[in-house]
Every structure is written in structure tokens, then in C-alpha cells.
Write a protein that binds this ligand. Structure first.
Ligand code: UDP
Ligand code: MN
Length: 399
């Protein structure tokens, strides 16, 4: 009997001990959980481990050896993956397919009333109308480049897109419902003229009430719904400079009028987004640029560094304002081979381009119109993406 009692008390105390251990563990788990909840509330959600602002993450450009080749690259809130620019491996924002925006739905509903919208992780907060798209063009390209834009992607962003040119053109003014801006900048592909137009685009954005400014060249095809989805990943109230470099290491320039202690010209190093691929700037960042770059000052900075408009933009943002370029691989200029963009990914790309290189076209490889009708492949690309457009052959299958 005594033995049984002893056994019983042993079992009892054992149960008590387990109970206490379990209680302690539960309290520990609860404490960790509460800490996490509190942390998330204070700092917000950041997939990159950054803080959701521009203080994100240091990324190394592979196969470079100097300290200057390290760039502070900010990663989008949700995910990132390894990609490459000119063969150099970088970590950057991936061309992630997001759920369709309200704009996509409106467009498809308008076209045929059938395509349904799939589930979305969060309701989109950025709409097409939050964006100002500026396209740089020139008198000589109205017929050869602008016409194609107006027949294709412009139709998806008629109210939001403006063309910055160097002449009055009644024909295109009518076609665009007054969206041709004569910048009074000189014609010609030289720095001053190009910087002059870029400065006008910037000031036009500042005068608007838009949350985002996206610049493109007139040889870009802009995938409008994808552009809106991209911007929806970022906040216009934070500093964002989104685009893609066309060089594999940061640009190094020497400033004439700034000397080091030894009397040499000061070297500065920065990244810039290639203008020919397009880039986007948030309103918050544009407001920081205002005192430096508005009222004609953009041209003055271009003159000072003696580099083209897109380089000047990078100099102002990365060097002067210390806001890093966020690399978005979904922008494409004709400095990259277009044929390597796979058709299955067309919907994920923000921009495309084309160029004639000697006797060959650097163009997107896509089925569609014959090469004679559409040597630049832009109409074919547009019909691949949006087959229900009236310019597209009736037989084109939906993708
Ligand atoms: N451009 C311009 N004035 C010119 C030539 C070109 O404003 O005299 C614009 C053109 O419309 C385009 C951009 O500059 O948006 C780049 O021109 P292009 O594609 O001809 O040359 P790239 O710099 O791409 O080689
Ligand atoms: Mn070009």
C-alpha cells in the first residue's frame, strides 16, 4: 500500500512537472508571437528584410572586384530573385506576375466581357490614372514611330500618356486629343536637346497631380497593365527610382569643378536607368528633385556633367539625393537582344523596344504579321498581348 502511495505521488509530481514545463513553453511561444506581431506592426512587412523604405538591402554585383561595384539596391516589398544584366549576376526585383488590376478587368470587360479576374493577395491600390506616362519624340519620328504607338499601347492609356516633341503637329495633336506637347527644345539627338525634353517631362509631372511618372522613348512598346501592376508593388509616398541599367558596373565620371585634396578632379560613381528602356519615379522622389532639377536646372546639371539625359537623371537621384536605383528587369531597351525575351513572358514585361542594327533588326521574336508589314514586330507583339484589338487579325487566338 505504502509502495503504491509512493508510486502515486511520484506519478503525480511527474505530471505536475510536465504541466509546469508545458506552461513555461506556452508562455515562451506566446511571448515570441507577440514580439513578432509588434515588430510587424511597427516596421511593416518586408520580404527582403529591409524596412520597406529606401534603406533596404546591400546587393553585390557579381564578377566585379572593386568596392565601387557594390550598389545599394532596394528590393521590392514582396520578393526578389537572381537575374542578370549583361551577363553580370545581380539580385533584383523579379518580373513577378501579379494578379490583374482593376484596369485589366475593365479593359477585358470592355473588349468582350468574359475574362474573369483571379484571386488577388491584396486589393490593388495603384490605378492607371495614378500614372503619368511621358514619351520623348521628335518631328522626324512622328510618322515612323508615334503612329505605331498611337495604334497600339497608347489606346490603353489615352488619358495618361503625353508626347514631348519639338514642333507643332496638328495631325497628331488631333489624333491624341491634344496630348502632344511642343517643348520648344531643339531638334536633334544631342545632349542639350535631349536634356531639355527630359526636363520638360519632369516639370509637366510636377505640375500634375499624379503619383507616378514613367518616361519612355518613342521606340518603346509599353505593356500598360503590367506597368500599373509594377507600380502597385511600391508606395508613391516613398522614394522610388525604378528602371534598368544597360551597363554592368556603375558609371564613373570625373567632375571638372570639384577637386580632391590632391587637386585631381573628383570621381563619382553611380547607376542610372537607361532612358531607352523606360523608368519610373515616385512623386515623393520627384518632390525631392524639385529644388535641384526643376525650372530649367535639369539642363544645367546635364551641362555640368556633360552626359545625356538618362545619365543626368541617375546623377541627380543616386549621387546628389542618395536614392538608389531599384533594378526592374522587366524594362527592356534595344541595347539588349530582344529575341531573348520569351513569348510566354511577354505579359510580365513592362517595356520592349526595337532597333535596326546595320542590316539586321533587333526585334522581339513573335508570330503575327509578316515581316514586311511589321518589321519592328510591335503590331504583332501588341496583338499577341491584346488579340481583341480591331487592328489584330480576327483569327488570332487569345493567350
Ligand atoms: N530623339 C529626339 N530628337 C532627335 C532624335 C531622337 O528627341 O533628334 C529622341 C527619340 O524620339 C527617342 C530618343 O530620343 O525617344 C532616342 O532616340 P533614338 O531611338 O533615335 O536613339 P538611341 O538613343 O536609342 O540610339
Ligand atoms: Mn532608341
Amino acid at each position: 500500500m505504502r509502495c503504491l502511495k509512493k508510486k502515486m505521488s511520484q506519478v503525480f509530481s511527474l505530471t505536475q512537472r510536465y504541466k509546469r514545463t508545458l506552461q513555461a513553453m506556452a508562455a515562451g511561444v506566446f511571448l515570441i508571437y507577440m514580439t513578432l506581431v509588434l515588430y510587424q506592426n511597427v516596421y511593416g512587412y518586408s520580404g527582403s528584410g529591409g524596412d520597406g523604405t529606401n534603406g533596404g538591402q546591400d546587393l553585390q554585383y557579381g564578377s566585379t572586384d572593386s568596392a565601387a561595384a557594390t550598389v545599394q539596391n532596394v528590393i521590392a516589398k514582396r520578393d526578389y530573385s537572381v537575374n542578370s544584366v549583361n551577363g553580370h549576376v545581380i539580385k533584383s526585383v523579379s518580373a513577378k506576375v501579379a494578379a490583374p488590376t482593376r484596369f485589366d478587368k475593365a479593359y477585358y470587360d470592355y473588349q468582350n466581357g468574359q475574362l474573369s479576374v483571379t484571386g488577388t493577395p491584396k486589393p490593388p491600390t495603384t490605378e492607371l490614372d495614378d500614372v503619368l506616362i511621358s514619351v520623348k519624340t521628335t518631328k522626324g519620328y512622328h510618322d515612323t514611330r508615334l503612329e505605331m504607338i498611337i495604334k497600339t499601347w497608347y489606346q490603353l492609356a489615352k488619358e495618361q500618356t503625353w508626347f514631348f516633341t519639338d514642333t507643332d503637329d496638328q495631325h497628331y495633336q488631333k489624333l491624341t486629343n491634344g496630348h502632344m506637347v511642343n517643348t520648344n527644345c531643339s531638334q536633334g539627338h544631342f545632349r542639350k536637346a535631349l536634356c531639355c525634353k527630359m526636363g520638360k517631362e519632369f516639370e509637366f509631372f510636377l505640375d500634375s497631380a499624379k503619383r507616378w511618372w514613367c518616361h519612355f522613348d518613342d521606340d518603346n512598346y509599353v505593356n500598360v497593365p503590367r506597368l500599373v501592376r509594377l507600380l502597385d508593388e511600391y508606395s508613391p509616398t516613398q522614394d522610388w527610382y525604378l528602371g534598368k541599367p544597360s551597363i554592368s558596373s556603375p558609371l564613373e565620371i570625373f567632375l571638372d569643378n570639384t577637386k580632391t585634396s590632391s587637386g585631381a578632379n573628383k570621381k563619382v560613381t553611380f547607376w542610372f536607368a537607361t532612358g531607352g528602356a523606360g523608368f519610373c519615379i515616385s512623386r515623393a522622389l520627384a518632390l525631392k528633385m524639385l529644388p535641384i532639377a526643376s525650372s530649367g536646372k535639369f539642363v544645367a546639371i546635364g551641362d555640368k556633367i556633360r552626359f545625356p539625359d538618362d545619365v543626368t537623371m541617375g546623377f541627380i537621384i543616386e549621387h546628389i539625393l542618395n536614392v538608389p536605383l531599384t533594378v526592374v528587369d522587366a524594362f527592356h531597351s534595344h541595347l539588349e537582344p530582344m529575341e531573348f525575351i520569351r513569348p510566354e513572358t511577354f505579359h510580365d514585361q513592362v517595356s520592349f523596344s526595337y532597333a535596326r542594327m546595320k542590316n539586321e533588326w533587333n526585334v522581339v521574336k513573335v508570330d503575327g504579321f509578316d515581316l514586311k508589314t511589321d518589321p519592328k514586330r510591335i503590331y504583332s507583339l501588341h496583338c499577341y498581348l491584346y488579340p481583341f484589338f480591331s487592328i489584330c487579325p480576327k483569327t488570332t487566338k487569345r493567350r
